[in-house]
Design a protein around this ligand. Structure first.
Ligand code: NAD
Length: 428
């Protein structure tokens, strides 16, 4: 990775820009696919399955037989690992439940807020370059805890028209049975507009490549809610003299192997550490089966060396990484300065892979700098928060006059009247 020493602050913004496909052509491609799905429904899905996934499909819905037989081919060891991860993810997301808290704002005026599940949600599970069955746990577990009535899942099929058995096993473990063999922007279109085979949903969640992310952005403009822009994955590691270069290199590569468009960034106060990490990167890269993908991602990645810890934190906040690893024995000294990050991993043993799979936190996180204004997926992503209020006669008598004055000042006579008729009745 190229090493940049003490970059001037005015260069940070351009350093932090992620590599993206040409925005105009990406938008055109995705808009064409979405329009086609909206107008031609299943016929368009069949066409894009052939064109983009190289597969000819007669039906999109995964059958019960396919789900049942998947269990037989997933090893007992993997099933147990998935069950352990599910249990930790359940524990963490169950802890996010909120009971309605009734608040008396004025005598006779009680207000509260209740979480109500979004009835129909669509989960996108990436499957292009790796079958991300772990993402089913990250989306399916909170959807179930929230109580979403209808949960559908779309994921791209392989060239034989099949879905990876681990995906089917995990979906059925979580209790999702409506699974469709559709990937990319066309899957997002199908869940947004509905087709003959695929029901439309109110909210679409899940990460994906740039086509998927752009499609989510575009359907959002048409009224379908989305979780966030969760595109190509990225990590920023802050390292110091207490970091372990072997661990740091492994973490940078674990991100890079996602795809050529992934990015790994190292920020450090210690040039020696940067050099040692570089040596380790080269050594570990050679042993990776996905070496070619990781190599391309590393070519888009870089190391920044600063003089102070504070500059490292400031740069990280400007980058706003999806994953931030503070690979330091003194990680807790950094926490208060962190204001922009999707998920933070503290110390030399809190590697990103732990959060990716099994520690309990969610791995569906904002990328491309969106950690500045978006949170990752949580239980909240699957609920709406509905407010309630109960105003008694005493309550309206107390606040009525103020409401009348405010409504009159805004020129809204009917609003004022709604109060006046009640106050009149109470005073008669
Ligand atoms: P994917 O399922 O997102 O995309 C595959 C689909 O892309 C294909 O089915 C195809 O329909 C479509 N596609 C491919 N080439 C196309 C083209 N030229 N034109 C139009 N459509 C095309 O799988 P993927 O490609 O492996 O990407 C997964 C992504 O998810 C990676 O970038 C990874 O970094 C990211 N990810 C992000 C998070 C997060 O929380 N942000 C978590 C996990 C994974």
């Amino acid at each position: 990775m190229k090493i940049i020493k003490n970059p001037a602050k005015q260069t940070w913004e351009s350093l932090c820009k992620r590599t993206t496909i040409n925005e105009k052509s990406l938008q055109e491609t995705v808009q064409t696919i979405l329009n086609d799905v909206k107008n031609n429904k299943d016929k368009a899905l069949t066409k894009y399955a052939q064109l983009l996934d190289n597969v000819s499909l007669s039906s999109f819905k995964v059958t019960q037989e396919e789900i049942k037989s998947a269990k037989n081919v997933v090893s007992e060891e993997l099933q147990q690992a998935i069950q352990l991860a599910k249990s930790n993810i359940e524990t963490f997301h169950n802890s996010q439940k909120e009971l309605p808290k009734k608040v008396i704002t004025t005598n006779g005026v009680t207000c509260w807020r209740k979480n109500v599940a979004i009835e129909k949600v669509g989960l996108y599970i990436p499957g292009g370059s790796a079958p991300l069955f772990s993402t089913i746990l990250m989306l399916g577990v909170p959807a179930k805890i929230a109580g979403c009535k209808e949960i559908i899942l779309c994921t791209p099929p392989n060239k034989k028209g099949a879905i990876n058995p681990a995906i089917l096993y995990t979906a059925s473990l979580v209790g999702i049975t409506q699974i469709f063999k559709v990937g990319g922007a066309q899957a997002i279109g199908a869940m947004a507009y509905g087709t003959e085979s695929i029901p439309n949903v109110y909210k679409i969640l899940g990460p994906g490549n740039q086509f998927v992310t752009k499609a989510k952005e575009l359907v959002q403009q048409q009224g379908v809610a989305i979780d966030m822009p969760a595109g190509p994955s990225e990590v920023l590691v802050i390292a110091d003299e207490t970091s372990n270069p072997v661990f740091v290199a492994a973490d940078l590569l674990s991100q890079a192997e996602h795809g050529a468009d992934s990015q790994s960034v190292l920020v450090t106060t210690n040039e020696e550490v940067a050099k040692n990490v570089e040596v380790e990167l080269k050594r570990q890269l050679e042993d990776l089966p996905r070496k070619e993908l990781a190599k391309k991602a590393i070519e888009n990645s870089f190391t920044v060396v600063f003089n102070s810890k504070e500059e490292c934190i400031d740069f990280s906040n400007e980058y706003a990484p999806e994953h931030l690893i503070i690979a330091s024995e003194k990680a807790f000294e950094y926490i208060d300065g962190i204001v922009n990050a999707g998920s933070v991993f503290l110390g030399n043993y809190s590697c990103e892979s732990a959060g990716d799979y099994a520690s309990g936190t969610n791995h569906t996180l904002p990328t491309n700098g969106y950690a500045k204004n978006y949170s990752g997926v949580s239980l909240d992503s699957f609920v709406k928060k509905i407010t309630f209020q109960k105003v008694t006669k005493e309550g309206i008598s107390t606040i009525g006059k103020s409401i009348e004055i405010m409504a009159a000042a805004e020129g809204l006579q009917a609003h004022k009247n709604a109060i006046t008729v009640r106050l009149k009745e109470l005073n008669s």
